[in-house]
Design a protein around this ligand. Structure first.
Ligand code: ZN
Length: 306
C-alpha cells in the first residue's frame, strides 16, 4: 500500500463569503460541502474541489469571522501548488488574476500569487500522468481549469529532522535533502521545505492549518499509525470526520499532518448534483441545527438556484 498524494489541504479564512467569491468565482472550483468544524461547530468548514469532489483536489477552509491575517513561519505550509494543463493555461491565469486586480509573478513555468488573505499559490504545468481533477465553471475554459494539487511547500529550520518519518510514510527524496515526492499508484504530490523567515509563525486568516495525505481505508491508517510511532511522532487514533476517517500528528519539522481515507466520500450525506448547496451537519450536531445556523453567515453560493 502507498499513500496516494494529497487528500485535502485545510486553511483558515476570516470571511466565508469573500472566500467563496474567490475560490468558486475567480478560481472556478466547485463548493462541494458546507459544514462546520467538527471540533468547533460555531465555525464553518467549507470544501472546494473538482466536479466529482475528489481527494487530491479538495481545498477546505475553517471560517473564523474577522480573524486577523496570519503569517506562515517555521513548521507551517506556506505555499500550495496547483497543477494546470499547459503553458497557455499559465497565460490564461496570469490575465485572469490580473483582471481581478491581483499581483501575479510569472517566472518560467511557474505562476505565483496570493489569495485575497495572503495565502500563497504556485500554478505549475502538470507533468504527471495523474488524472486531471477539474471543476467546470462558466468563466473558465475546460483546458485551462485547475487540475488538482501538485504539492505543498513548508518552512522548516532543520528539514533533515523529518527525513526518517517521511521515509517511513513512503516519501522518496526528490532532488535534494529538502524535496520529497509521495508517489502512489494513481496520484503523486511533492513536499518541499524552505528556510523560514525571521518572524515567528502566526496562525490566522490566509494560513494553512494542515495537509492531509491520502490513504485507502482504516487498515492503511493503522499502518500509518505504526509507522509514525516508529519514527517518533505521536499520532492520534482514528477519528471519524464524516466524509473520511483521519489520524493527525506533527512531523518533526512541525507541520501538522493528517492522513485521511478515500473510502467514504462527500456523497455520504447529499447526492453529487446537490453537493455544497445546503449546510450539512453530522448526526451529533443535527439537534443543534437551528442555533448553529443562526450563528453562521449566510453564503452566496454561485451554484445555488442554478
Ligand atoms: Zn483535514
Amino acid at each position: 500500500m502507498a499513500l496516494e498524494g494529497i487528500h485535502h489541504i485545510t486553511a483558515v479564512t476570516g470571511d466565508a463569503n469573500a472566500n467563496v467569491d474567490f475560490y468558486s468565482g475567480v478560481m472556478g472550483l466547485r463548493l462541494v460541502k458546507q459544514t462546520v468544524n467538527f471540533d468547533d461547530p460555531s465555525a464553518y468548514h467549507l470544501y472546494f474541489a473538482d466536479e466529482a469532489a475528489s481527494p487530491g483536489a479538495a481545498l477546505t477552509f475553517f471560517e473564523y469571522p474577522g480573524a486577523p491575517p496570519g503569517l506562515p513561519g517555521a513548521g507551517m505550509v506556506h505555499t500550495i501548488i496547483w497543477r494546470v494543463g499547459s503553458a497557455k493555461a499559465l497565460d490564461f491565469w496570469k490575465a485572469r488574476l490580473r483582471d481581478a486586480e491581483m499581483s501575479v509573478l510569472h517566472e518560467g513555468d511557474l505562476l505565483t500569487f496570493c489569495d485575497p488573505e495572503g495565502l500563497a499559490y504556485q500554478l505549475v504545468v502538470d507533468d504527471s500522468d495523474d488524472a486531471p481533477l477539474s471543476a467546470s465553471s462558466p468563466e473558465i475554459p475546460a483546458e485551462f481549469a485547475l487540475r488538482g494539487f501538485g504539492g505543498v511547500r513548508a518552512y522548516a529550520q532543520q528539514p533533515q529532522a523529518s527525513a526518517e518519518l517521511l521515509t517511513a510514510l513512503g516519501f522518496a527524496p526528490d532532488g535534494g535533502a529538502s524535496s520529497w515526492l509521495l508517489g502512489g499508484a494513481e496520484r503523486s504530490a511533492t513536499l518541499g521545505y524552505d528556510e523560514p523567515p525571521l518572524d515567528a509563525a502566526r496562525p490566522g486568516a490566509g494560513t494553512v492549518h494542515h495537509v492531509a495525505w491520502s490513504a485507502a481505508d482504516d487498515a492503511e491508517l493503522d499502518a500509518c499509525i505504526a509507522k509514525a510511532n516508529g519514527a517518533g511522532a505521536q499520532p492520534t487514533g482514528i477519528i471519524d470526520r464524516q466524509y473520511f476517517h483521519s489520524i493527525y500528528f506533527r512531523e518533526p519539522s512541525g507541520v501538522l499532518f493528517e492522513v485521511a481515507t478515500r473510502d467514504v466520500g462527500f456523497t455520504i450525506d447529499e447526492p453529487l448534483e446537490q453537493l455544497g448547496l445546503t449546510l450539512q451537519l453530522p448526526e451529533q450536531y443535527e439537534q443543534q441545527r437551528d442555533s448553529i445556523e443562526l450563528k453562521l453567515t449566510p453564503l452566496n453560493n454561485p451554484r445555488a438556484g442554478s
